[in-house]
Design a protein around this ligand. Structure first.
Ligand SMILES: Cc1cc2nc3c(=O)[nH]c(=O)nc-3n(C[C@H](O)[C@H](O)[C@H](O)COP(=O)(O)OP(=O)(O)OC[C@H]3O[C@@H](n4cnc5c(N)ncnc54)[C@H](O)[C@@H]3O)c2cc1C
Length: 224
C-alpha cells in the first residue's frame, strides 16, 4: 500500500500514482476501521463517509491532524534510500524557494491565532504577531484575509487551505463561514474574538469575546 500525509505535494502526486496503478484513491482518511475500510470527511467535513476499498494496492492520503503522533523510532518497516528520480522528460528543476519563518509550522503548531477580514489590512496582523510571540503560536488567516492580500496564501486555514487541530485556536475578526470551520473545528479549545455577537464562529467557540479586536488584542498581549 502507498500512504502519504495529505500535504499539498501528496495531493498533487498521489492521484497520479493511483491513476497509473488503476486503483481508486482513498483521500484524507481520518480513521482506519479495518484493513480495507476507512473513514473520510466529505462535504467540507459536514459528513463522514465510511469507505471500503477492494483494490489490492491501496493509495491513501491521511489527514494527520486526526491521528496522534507516532513514535519517530521503533517501527518494524524497513527504510530504503531511493536513488535519483526518474527521467523528468521535458521538465527540469530550476530552483526552490521555501518560506523561512521562526514561527511553528501552521499545520503542526500547538497554538494557532488566525486573523480574518476584520483585521482590516496586512499591517494590523502585527497585533496578532505580538500575541503569537508571547504564546509561541503559529499565525493563520481566513481566505477573505488572504484574498484581500493581507497575508500570503500559505497561511490560509480552511477547506481550500490548511486543516489544523491545535490545542488552542484563536479566531480574530473571522465570521466562521463553513469553509473556514472545515479547517479548524477539530481544535481542542476554540476562542473567538468578534464584534458581532451573532457571528457563526461563536457557535463552535468554547470561549467568545464580543468586542473590538483593536482594543482586545493589545489588552490580551499586555496580560500575557
Ligand atoms: C469553494 C470555497 C472554498 C473556500 N475556502 C475557504 C477556506 O479554505 N478558508 C476560509 O477561511 N474561507 C474559505 N472560503 C470563503 C468563506 O466562504 C468566507 O468568505 C471567508 O471565510 C470569510 O472570511 P472572514 O471570516 O475573514 O470574513 P468575513 O465573513 O467578512 O468576516 C469578518 C468578521 O470580522 C468581524 N469584524 C470586523 N471588524 C472587527 C473588529 N474591529 N473587531 C472584531 N471583529 C471584527 C465581523 O463582525 C465579521 O464577523 C471558501 C469559499 C468557497 C466558496
Amino acid at each position: 500500500h502507498i500512504v502519504a500525509a495529505a500535504s499539498s505535494t501528496s495531493k498533487d502526486a498521489m492521484p497520479r500514482v493511483a491513476a497509473l496503478l488503476d486503483v481508486g484513491q482513498l483521500s484524507e482518511i481520518i480513521a482506519v476501521e479495518s484493513a480495507d475500510t476507512f473513514k473520510r470527511p466529505i462535504y467540507a467535513g459536514n459528513a463522514i463517509a465510511t469507505v471500503q476499498s477492494q483494490d489490492a494496492v491501496k493509495v491513501i492520503t491521511v489527514r494527520t491532524s486526526a491521528f496522534d503522533k507516532a513514535a519517530a523510532e521503533g517501527g518494524s518497516a524497513s527504510v530504503e534510500a531511493v536513488g535519483t528520480a526518474c527521467d523528468a522528460g521535458t521538465s527540469s528543476f530550476v530552483s526552490e524557494e521555501l518560506v523561512k519563518s521562526d514561527r511553528p509550522d501552521l499545520a503542526a503548531a500547538g497554538i494557532v491565532i488566525s486573523g480574518g477580514r476584520g483585521m482590516g489590512n496586512g499591517e494590523n496582523f502585527a497585533l496578532l504577531e505580538k500575541v503569537a510571540d508571547k504564546l509561541g503560536a503559529a499565525i493563520g488567516a481566513s481566505r477573505a484575509a488572504v484574498d484581500a492580500g493581507f497575508v500570503s496564501n500559505d497561511l490560509q486555514v480552511g477547506q481550500t487551505g490548511k486543516i489544523v487541530a491545535p490545542e488552542l485556536y484563536i479566531a480574530v475578526g473571522i465570521s466562521g463561514a463553513i469553509q473556514h470551520l472545515a479547517g479548524m473545528k477539530e481544535s481542542k479549545v476554540i476562542v473567538a474574538i468578534n464584534k458581532d455577537e451573532e457571528a457563526p464562529i461563536f457557535q463552535v467557540a468554547d470561549y467568545g469575546l464580543v468586542g473590538d479586536l483593536f482594543e482586545i488584542l493589545p489588552e490580551l498581549e499586555a496580560k500575557l
